[in-house]
Unconditional design. Structure first.
Lengths: 350, 119
């Protein structure tokens, strides 16, 4: 275990210098002092105002309220973090996890009357079941990747063009009054280049979004179970000829980890099973493409999994390759549960 | 600890444990848990299925070096899993808290389900 700290360079990995209890106790002491500082300052500010209202010190105004807010935040942050650190030291990870699970079970029992213990590592399928389908039971919601990109490009293009317009007006006004700002004039050139590129980027995305059109996907049941058969209904709008269009069932591992001060998420595709295609299709505005297919899940497959830093995610992926448009890919998250076990009492927590 | 290595969801997990080579008067408390944990590139997550804590008052009535048996029914998920970025593993963990502040722990892993890495 390293005992000396490097003065330069980023700490990498999870290694620690010294006993972890020393760090936790020190952190608890720090937050405890923060809490006390908040209490002392808040009490000072409030009592000064109450017992000496005529005093010019700490008069009610911007400064007074700033002090109250800052002191209150010290109290809240200090107390919360102090209790968290104390529980970290006093309780093992297993005890903390058991207590959290018990609290969740009690909450579920009180609020919804559920007596079965819910699998805490399974993603919640109730959100996916909120949207009923027209032909099949449920309509799947797409991942927001495409629309988010379009929204971001629109916002950036509008903001940048607005800023460029303001600078152009200022520059022209300066020139008209004889104040020739050379630096500002020269700066307008790269700004105009960025504006052109941003606007072009937005219109390309917009054109592709309109040309390919929205994709609607419906499924016969949720959550999915291994060994069962399911139906899919795909409706593709737009005005495009697909060289090939296919629908696949894909599974991904996702992990979130800390690298120095950065938080990174990595994804790896574990498996992919094509359920429809690839085939050539033509989509017309008056006649959207409608496809039905069925697929059977294998008996031995990993179910969906969700925890704080790790996940196993199943998705239905629709991919198309069109001559006029770049390859488009739309994914629809689904939930796969494990095969149910016979109804017996699972072990209870003490 | 001793238990069977491979189990299926819904099966009954039976195991016994004993604490040896540690003087009973040194032990402050003892925790036994049946749990899963993740390993791999991401941060470690844990989930506890069975948890039992024996405090100082109860320890005086027990002979720690004598085997004690526990059992529970295993859940349907999460199944043991070996992936490239993520591994899900099950184990029985015994944690001893000593009176001088030290902790000792021992794990006995087992495999839940029969998934292979080739999905």
């Amino acid at each position: 275990m390293a005992k000396l700290f490097r003065l330069f360079g980023k700490k990498r990995g999870g290694r620690m210098s010294g006993w972890w209890v020393v760090g936790s106790v020190s952190e608890a002491v720090f937050y405890g002092l923060l809490f006390l500082l908040g209490i002392v300052s808040l009490t000072t500010v409030v009592t000064w105002r109450v017992f000496w209202p005529a005093s010019s010190i700490l008069e009610i105004g911007f400064g007074f309220w700033l002090m109250v807010i800052a002191s209150s935040s010290f109290v809240v942050i200090g107390l919360t973090a102090f209790l968290f650190q104390v529980s970290h030291v006093m309780a093992s990870p297993e005890l903390r996890s058991a207590m959290v699970d018990r609290a969740k079970r009690d909450h579920l029992r009180r609020s919804k009357g559920q007596t079965e213990t819910a699998g805490s590592s399974l993603p919640d399928a109730t959100i996916l079941k909120d949207s009923p389908g027209v032909r099949l039971a449920y309509r799947l919601a797409p991942n927001q990747g495409d629309t988010a990109k379009l929204a971001v490009s629109a916002a950036f293009a509008v903001a940048w063009n607005a800023m460029l317009s303001v600078l152009i007006v200022i520059c022209v006004q300066n020139h008209l009054v004889g104040n020739h700002e050379v630096f500002l004039t020269v700066l307008l050139v790269p700004f105009a280049v960025v504006s052109y590129l941003a606007t072009r980027w937005f219109f390309r995305l917009f054109r592709r979004h309109i040309g390919v059109g929205p994709t609607t996907l419906e499924i016969s049941d949720l959550p999915l179970l291994p060994g069962n058969q399911y139906a899919l209904y795909l409706c593709q709008y737009g005005r495009v000829t697909f060289k090939q269009l296919k629908v696949s069932l894909a599974c991904y591992e996702e992990t979130t980890y800390q690298q120095g001060t950065d938080v990174r998420t990595e994804r790896h595709e574990m498996t992919r099973k094509v359920v429809l295609g690839p085939e050539q299709f033509v989509v017309e505005p008056e006649k959207p493409l409608e496809l039905d297919c069925q697929f059977t899940l294998p008996l031995d497959m990993m179910h969906s999994f969700q925890s704080s830093h790790n996940a196993i995610v199943w998705k239905v992926v629709v991919e198309g390759d069109a001559p006029r448009w770049r390859t488009f890919c739309r994914s629809f998250p689904i939930v796969v549960h494990p095969r149910p076990v016979p109804a017996r009492d699972v072990a209870n927590l003490n | 600890m001793s238990l069977q290595a491979g189990l299926e969801p819904g099966e009954s997990l039976e195991f016994e444990y004993a604490v040896q080579c540690v003087a009973p008067e040194l032990v402050d408390s003892l925790e036994v848990s049946v749990m899963w944990y993740t390993e791999g590139k991401g941060g470690e997550d844990i989930g506890v299925h069975l948890f039992q804590r024996i405090g100082r008052e109860d320890l005086t009535e027990l002979a720690l070096d004598q085997p004690r048996r526990l059992s529970c029914d295993l859940p349907a998920s999460p199944l043991s899993f070996e992936g490239r970025l993520l591994k899900i593993r099950w184990c029985v963990r015994l944690r001893l808290f000593l009176r001088d502040g030290r902790e000792l722990s021992a794990d006995k892993p087992f495999y839940l389900g029969h998934l292979t890495t080739d999905l």
